[in-house]
Design a protein around this ligand. Structure first.
Ligand code: PLP
Length: 485
């Protein structure tokens, strides 16, 4: 989508702006501002695009720069333009509805924004060679129709092998390849959940999983995680299962998003036993399992304690490799995989063969790629922790020993107001309430360490500055950032 409009393009869109009705009664700058508002109102000029520099537009329209300056000022005052010194001006709507036309504000909409809303790394250098190698392999598949509802066999074998290496014997028939972990979760819910059914989740939890549950009209109950390790309170968690007997529980035991907690082996074992005893099926999200830091030893997979097909595991390539690959999977019993595949053909038929081949090539180099990711994440986490300790010493954080995020306890219930203020200085944040259900968690903020060190340090500096301004402004402002992943 368009992220910037050039002077000549805008001039073309504006057309006969100086001859609009009522024009004679208003000065040039007001007519120009009115014409831009008109373009925004009828959708011809999208929201969130950067307007041309004043001089460029003045040249394109053959008017004085002062007129453009005054028009931009009026647009700012009416809430149709946001400007940042040295960075430019973006279209918006009054009331801070800065959503793009799609309803989503994607990371690419604003390249100057330091995006701490998305907890995912840029692609590793191995990705491009893997894509080229995958293209070389493609001819083997071109003779067939290309629909593989459970995934191509090479990839299912590679994923099954990785589980076996983690101590969980798995056959390729137990694996279904999906278009990302989110897709995997949605498919599992289609099969395992009926509208109005009860689901236990952690609080805080992953917002898009909560969205998937809300879309299926789940009745959600929560287990509150502590800030300190281990996070889960075993007695409370198992007690909630026994009392509520939910149909499902969705949990992230391996470097939980957002807290980074790691569930101990003993609790995994008790959890699976209790779930079976009370009739709860477990959906275990292993998105971050490949990313232990500091030499942390990851306990056996939760599914390794399962003797009754109570545990369905979802995972994917997005966190250790690249989100843009859109490769995830489900590990379940072979009959469950067959049922999932039957449900899937009514959704998207199958995942792209080429992307699956790329995944095969990446998984073949897993140890080297993952080791480099771990080193990168460790350095970035430490830089983020250092910057926080220096600039925001009143915030409390537990050092995560894996995953890609830390969960900070702030010095007040200010998370949404802080996110709103940070966006004004070019930092997008995912405030605490996005990770809960009921508008609570205002004292918390998730901070990913997936960006380069310089960006993280810069972001913390800007956050610290607006934190100070919040006290002085004395009025919280609320706005939801859109895309969190
Ligand atoms: C816990 C969790 N589950 C699922 C996802 C979605 O991952 P994918 O990109 O594989 O759909 C994410 C991404 O942030 C996540 O953190």
């Amino acid at each position: 989508m368009m992220s910037q409009v050039r002077g000549a393009q805008l001039a073309r869109l504006l057309g006969q702006w100086h001859a609009l009705p009522g024009r004679r009664r208003s000065p040039d700058y007001a007519a120009l501002a009115g014409a831009v508002r008109g373009l925004l109102a009828d959708g011809r000029l999208p929201l969130g695009v950067r307007l041309p520099a004043e001089r460029e537009l003045a040249e394109a329209l053959r008017i004085s720069r002062t007129t453009v300056t005054a028009a931009y000022r009026e647009l700012r005052e009416s809430g149709h333009l946001a400007s940042r010194r040295g960075a430019g001006s973006w279209t918006m709507l009054p009331g801070n509805h800065r959503m793009a036309g799609t309803g989503l504000w994607t990371p690419l909409d604003d390249r100057d924004m330091i995006d701490l809303g998305v907890a995912a790394l840029a692609a590793p250098p191995e990705l491009l060679p893997a894509a080229r190698a995958a293209a070389e392999d493609l001819p083997c598949y071109l003779g067939g129709a290309g629909y593989h509802p459970t995934g191509i066999i090479e990839l299912r074998e590679a994923i099954a092998h990785a589980y076996a290496q983690r101590g969980l014997p798995t056959s390729p028939e137990q694996i279904m390849v999906t278009s990302g972990t989110q897709h995997a979760l949605d498919l599992v819910l289609r099969l395992a959940h009926s509208p109005g059914g009860s689901v236990l989740v952690e609080a805080p939890s992953y917002p898009n999983a909560l969205a998937a549950l809300a879309a299926r009209r789940a009745r959600i109950t929560t287990h509150g995680l502590a800030l300190d390790e281990p996070g889960w309170d075993a007695d409370l968690l198992l007690g909630t299962l026994r009392q509520g007997r939910p149909k499902l529980a969705y949990l992230i035991p391996d470097f939980q998003n957002p807290t980074g907690h790691l569930m101990p082996a003993s609790l995994r074992e008790r959890l699976v036993a209790t779930a079976h005893a009370v009739g709860t099926d477990l959906i275990v999200d292993e998105s971050f399992v490949d990313l232990p830091l500091d030499g942390t030893v990851v306990p056996p997979p939760t599914a390794s304690f399962d003797r009754h097909s109570r545990v369905v595991t979802v995972g994917g390539m997005s966190k250790p490799y690249w989100g843009g690959l859109r490769i995830g999977w489900i590990r379940a019993s072979a009959p469950q995989v067959q049922r999932l595949a039957a449900a899937r053909v009514g959704v998207d038929m199958a995942s792209p063969v080429l992307d699956q081949l790329v995944a095969v090539h990446l998984l073949a180099q897993a140890p080297a790629i993952v080791a480099a990711r771990q080193a990168q994440l460790t350095a970035q986490r430490d830089a983020l922790l250092g910057a926080l300790a220096e600039r925001l010493p009143d915030w409390r954080v537990t050092v995560p020993h894996g995953g890609v995020t830390l969960w900070a306890e702030l010095d007040g219930p200010i998370s949404s107001a802080l996110a709103r203020a940070a966006e004004e200085v070019g930092v997008r944040l995912a405030p605490g309430p996005r990770f809960g259900l009921d508008g609570t968690l205002e004292r918390f903020l998730r901070l990913p360490f997936t960006l380069p060190v310089a960006d993280l340090v810069e972001a913390v500096g800007r956050i610290a500055a607006v934190r100070y301004d919040l006290d002085r402004a004395g009025r919280p402002q609320w706005r939801e950032p859109a895309v969190i992943a």
